[in-house]
Design a protein around this ligand. Structure first.
Ligand SMILES: [Zn+2]
Length: 168
């Protein structure tokens, strides 16, 4: 229910008109209008929550942590992408390691990026990078550090990673 409220832009003060439209006069059916066709009047009425807060919550909903089929907590869920094709990396498991691979490559949908990155190595790399940027050092990664600091982590063809940080 809260998700429903937060998905509704009226609550941040943008009035949305034309949410549905009739196909024709004779037809009583309505079609749902795509987001970019909506008429949005900015800051039309009193705000209930701030726009900034709204967008932050949207981001949290979008990137909620998933547990994979091995019942393993995927700390990087929604935060790792393939540099080659922009697909999300998918968490996988071999006999010895948990690792990430390009989902497009895994599904044989044309991406050439054969490189994978082990989850523990990715964690180490991200911790090292975060510690290089912050005075306060961390030795263990958690979802909040990732959420606060990182916009996206990209896996390159050569197996290296590139972190795109959030703008401050
Ligand atoms: Zn790819």
């Amino acid at each position: 229910m809260i998700t429903g409220i937060l998905n509704n832009k009226v609550y941040v003060g943008d009035l949305i008109q034309q949410k549905r439209k009739r196909i024709s006069f004779k037809n009583h059916k309505f079609v749902k209008i795509k987001e970019d066709e909506l008429i949005i009047t900015k800051n039309n009425h009193m705000k209930i929550i701030s726009k900034e807060h709204f967008e932050k919550v949207q981001d949290i909903i979008k990137r909620s942590v998933k547990v994979n089929s091995n019942n393993e907590y995927d700390i990087f869920s929604g935060y790792v992408k393939c540099t080659e094709c922009d697909s999300n990396l998918t968490i996988r498991k071999s006999k010895e390691y948990t690792y990430y691979a390009c989902s497009s490559h895994v599904r044989k949908r044309g991406c050439n990026n054969k490189h994978t990155v082990r989850k523990d190595i990715l964690e180490e790399k991200v911790i090292t990078e975060i510690n290089n940027r912050r005075a306060k050092k961390i030795d263990k990664l958690n979802r909040k550090y990732i959420f606060d600091l990182i916009n996206m982590i990209y896996l390159n063809q050569d197996g290296s990673i590139k972190i795109e940080y959030k703008k401050k």
